[in-house]
Write a new protein. Sequence first.
Length: 274
Amino acid sequence: MLLGSQLRRLREARGITREAAGYSIRASESKISRMELGRVSFKTRDVEDLLTLYGITDETERESLLSLAREANVAGWWHSYTDVLPSWFPTYVGLEGAASLIRVYEVQFVHGLLQTEGYARAVVRRGMKGASPADVERRVALRLERQKHLLSGHAPEFHIVLDEAALRRPYGDRAVMRGQLQHLIDISERPNVRLQVMPFGFGGHSGESGAFTVLSFPDADLSDVVYVEQLTSALYLDKREDVAQYEQALKELQQDSPGPDESRDLLRGLLQLS
């Protein structure tokens, strides 16, 4: 995505159309569009030809962008799990790992980055009916590996609004649910985690369309991305007007939900009842 955005900036600065850029690398206009959105892999030769077309002759600048191209083609750690993942999800894991701010609304279950191992196993078993025990365990292992990023020295900011429904819907037995509630209380104390609970008592709210995630990145050239998961696919939205609507919905959810301290009290109350 970073390389694509920089190539787009260079192309636009020269006043070159996507069609002309595509012609220079023996490709279509649509391929240039996909390259600039970071949706396809990059051939070093294509990047070299585009840089030449865009008048980039300085060797230091060229090598910096070509280095990005090489990095973009290196498979991430999560690619070893693609045999147990839906085709659209590896892209999300990569974006999640690159984000500096992750904002989430979740209603069905606790978000994957906050799940305990027992809770994650119950969720995966429910979602992968008929899967072998080995495949279930591999999916759980991936989820636990993702969580390491949230606890690392370069962890992103993680802001989440959990609907109370996600906390009351049981996954696993009583011990699993108690462990999950306690984990939420504990992790909500971390400085990079802001956890709020949208209570049933509030009634209707701006999250009526369902769960979604907004990912923001440290590089100013990268626009925010909204991730919306569906039953058989997922949407990745990066148009400014689309992102703005989801950001507004999340802002209203945060404003309408009790703050982090009050939300922890709600979690403690649920733990006592469980």
